[in-house]
Every structure is written in structure tokens, then in C-alpha cells.
Design a protein. Structure first.
Length: 429
């Protein structure tokens, strides 16, 4: 009888334990598997936090074709930021970028010739929208220091971005035998640029944070550029029409929108796309697709990019920390050297994290709440950080110190105080 009573008591106690305690144990922020997708590699990344939400063969080196031009774009933007070159520069066209007598349907290019001088901004725009190979060759040559090989410049840029294991032969992403005057000696004709889905994501992430205008450019149906002699050419952006015209035909029940990105297509690479996508709630993602069927099936790469995001939305829930939002941990910091002493803090920049359930995420201060070195603070000045408690989360390898972190700023200003009040704060608080 005592045994029966004991068992009943244990059963009652167990029934009173909240089931959410066990649910919390199974909550994960780990990337979902995209292995069932019919592509060679894939990755989905949240654009606010850098969290990797889905992946397939993320670190496999694959041919990337014209997605290579993202590295050239990075090199151009870097030198512009450093003041070494300007958007208004006239770039001289040499034999290395003269493709005017090539079939434009096979090798995308504009009609520039040796001896022409083309505005740098125009070359950048046509490289990113028309995927013009001659523009990529010209820009890569222009940013290469005198006496250095273009291939060395590409390899240096890849090393700077920590693209370990990637291979770089030419700026346009052409197979070595199709690189024309840029063909390398002592390299197999079949050699071509390779990178992983993760590395493509890193390149695009940097471009989007360097005012690359990728989304702005990809909203244009046409692009204009000026040839030597002042002749203005306007061309239809095939990529824009491929996306816009085909959008009603895609399987897209979640109403995911394609905002822009960089495509790549060769027989070896298949259909590839490093795209910026947005769901109907406004969440933005990088959706990276490599090897989506035959390279001539252009709509398929966009469909697979949509599919990857849809799979993520089926299996993960968003947790948004909005700019200006108050946290409970920490809610404020102490500034003994100021008149205000207690300074409320807020989320400085919106970030979204994704987990397997809807339970609210908790945060934890990662900087001291006692900051005597701050003598004055302006409103919205960064003053602290907090860690979001995530289990199993993976992040893109950019700004590792910010992985899973929230930057916090001051909700109000704080002004210096005198030595007496400062001493009082330190002694009695």
C-alpha cells in the first residue's frame, strides 16, 4: 500500500513540473539541413545578425562563374573608400579587356575597345548588372598595382576576406581557356575560380556593408553607360526581366521577394545565385545557390533560392530585437562620473535571430554595468553589449566579436559631475 501511495505521489509531482522546462532543452538555433534540395550547395543567412539558418555542403569548393565579380567589386569599393580611386575616374581599356569581337551571347560584354576610356562607375554598374566580362577585366587591371599580376591582386583580396581554399584565375570567372588575353600560362585550360557557399555569403555580406548599391541597381530594368566620344548606350538588364517576368510562375506560397544579387552561369558551375531575398514580414536573407541544374535554365536558380528560404521559414521562428527596444538584462548601466549616475540603455541596431520555437529569447549583459571611465555620454552613443542566449547557433565568419551579440546605446545623455558627487557615487552605490 505504501508503495502504491509513493508512486501516486511521484506521479502527481511530475505532472506539476512545467513542460516548458523540457521544451527549452530542445530549443535550438542550429542551421536546418538543406540536403534534400536538388542543388550542389546552398546556404541561407539572416542579413541583420549574420546567423546561418540553413545549409547544404556549405564549405565545398565549387565553380562560381560570374559570382567571381563580387571579389572585383570588393576591391573597387575598398580602394574608393581608401581614396585611391574615384567613381569619376576614366579607366583606360587595354587588350586585356577588349572583347568587342567576341559573341556577346556567349561572353557577356559591352562594345568597348582598346584605347577607350570608360567612367569607373559605368564599368562597375555594367559588371554588376549585365555581368560584363570586359568590365570585370578592366576594373581588376585598374586596381592592380603596377608590376603586379591581376591574379595576385585577386588572391590578395581573397586572403584579406579569409576565403581559405578558394581559387582565383581571372576577374570574370571564365574558364582559363575562355579568358582570352587574360589566359594564364602553365595553368590547365579547365582551371576556373572556385569558392564555397559560405565564402560567397561573406563576399556579398561585405559588399552590402560597403554601399555597393546592389539592391538599388537590381531594381532597374535598364542600365546606361557612356562610351568614348560621349555616345550613351542603354541596355536592358536581363537579370531584372528574368526575375520580374518569371515571378508569377514561381512556386512561392510564402510570397518571398527577390531584391537583387549576383548570378553565375557556366556549363561547369550550372545555375548559381547569391541573392538578397525578403519575406512578407520584411525579414531579409542571403540565399546562396550553386549548381542548380543546367546553366541555361536561368529561372531554376531563382526558384531554388526561394525554396531555400521557404524551408527555413517552415522550420525556424524569428526573434526580433528592434532598434530602440528596452531589455531587462541589462536595463541600465551605472556611470559614477556623471550627474545622472544611472543611464538607461536600448538596442542600438535591429537584429533577428532564429530558433526552433517561439519562446522568447533571453539576454545577458556582456559588459560591466559599472562604468566609471565614462564621464559624459551622448544620446544614442554605444555604451554596452548584451549576449542573446542561443543554443547551437552558427554565424557567418564576419565580425566574430558580434556573433549573437546586441550593441546597446544610451537612451539619454549624461553629463560630467564634480569630484564630490563622483566620490559619493563610488562610496555609497
Amino acid at each position: 500500500m505504501r508503495i502504491i501511495k509513493t508512486m501516486i505521489t511521484i506521479g502527481i509531482v511530475l505532472s506539476l513540473i512545467p513542460t516548458t522546462a523540457f521544451a527549452a532543452e530542445t530549443t535550438t538555433a542550429a542551421p536546418i539541413s538543406l540536403d534534400k534540395m536538388n542543388v550542389r550547395s546552398a546556404m541561407v543567412i539572416d542579413l541583420t545578425s549574420g546567423q546561418i539558418i540553413g545549409e547544404k555542403n556549405a564549405d565545398e569548393q565549387v565553380p562560381i562563374a560570374s559570382q567571381s565579380k563580387m571579389l572585383v567589386a570588393y576591391g573597387v569599393l575598398k580602394q574608393i573608400q581608401a581614396g585611391k580611386i574615384k567613381w569619376t575616374d576614366k579607366v583606360p581599356i587595354t587588350k586585356y579587356s577588349d572583347l568587342h569581337d567576341q559573341d556577346a551571347k556567349l561572353f557577356s560584354h559591352i562594345a568597348m575597345k582598346t584605347g577607350d576610356k570608360i567612367l569607373l562607375r559605368d564599368l562597375y554598374n555594367v559588371m554588376m548588372t549585365l555581368s560584363a566580362n570586359d568590365a570585370a577585366f578592366a576594373l581588376a587591371e585598374y586596381i592592380t598595382p603596377k608590376g603586379q599580376k591581376v591574379q595576385t591582386t585577386l588572391q590578395d583580396l581573397a586572403s584579406e576576406l579569409n576565403l581559405k581554399g578558394s581559387k582565383w584565375y581571372n576577374a570574370a570567372g571564365q574558364k582559363n581557356s575562355d579568358a582570352f588575353a587574360n589566359q594564364l600560362a602553365n595553368v590547365p585550360d579547365t582551371a576556373e575560380n572556385t569558392a564555397s557557399a559560405r565564402q560567397l555569403g561573406m563576399m556579398m555580406w561585405h559588399l552590402l556593408n560597403m554601399n555597393s548599391r546592389i539592391i538599388e541597381l537590381d531594381q532597374l530594368p535598364n542600365i546606361s553607360y557612356t562610351m568614348s566620344g560621349g555616345y550613351v548606350v542603354q541596355e536592358k538588364i536581363e537579370h531584372w526581366y528574368e526575375v520580374m517576368n518569371q515571378m508569377p510562375n514561381y512556386s512561392n506560397p510564402k510570397k518571398i521577394n527577390i531584391l537583387g544579387g549576383k548570378t553565375g552561369s557556366t556549363p561547369e558551375a550550372g545555375g548559381s545565385f547569391t541573392g538578397i531575398l525578403e519575406d512578407k514580414s520584411g525579414h531579409r536573407f542571403l540565399s546562396i545557390i550553386n549548381g542548380a541544374g543546367d546553366y541555361q535554365n536561368k529561372p531554376l536558380r531563382y526558384q531554388e533560392a526561394i525554396n531555400a528560404v521557404a524551408l527555413v521559414l517552415d522550420q525556424r521562428y524569428p526573434h526580433t530585437f528592434k532598434s530602440g527596444q528596452n531589455l531587462t538584462n541589462p536595463a541600465a548601466i551605472k556611470l559614477p562620473a556623471t550627474k545622472q549616475f544611472t543611464l538607461p540603455v536600448q538596442v542600438a541596431k535591429t537584429k533577428v535571430f532564429w530558433t526552433s520555437d517561439k519562446d522568447n529569447l533571453t539576454t545577458q549583459a556582456t559588459t560591466s554595468d559599472w562604468q566609471p571611465h565614462l564621464k559624459s555620454v551622448k544620446k544614442n552613443q554605444p555604451v554596452a553589449t548584451a549576449k542573446v542566449n542561443l543554443k547551437g547557433a552558427h554565424f557567418l565568419n564576419v565580425k566574430p566579436a558580434e556573433h549573437g551579440q546586441l550593441n546597446l546605446s544610451a537612451k539619454t545623455s549624461a553629463s560630467p559631475t564634480n569630484w564630490f558627487v563622483k566620490t559619493w557615487h563610488q562610496l555609497w552605490h
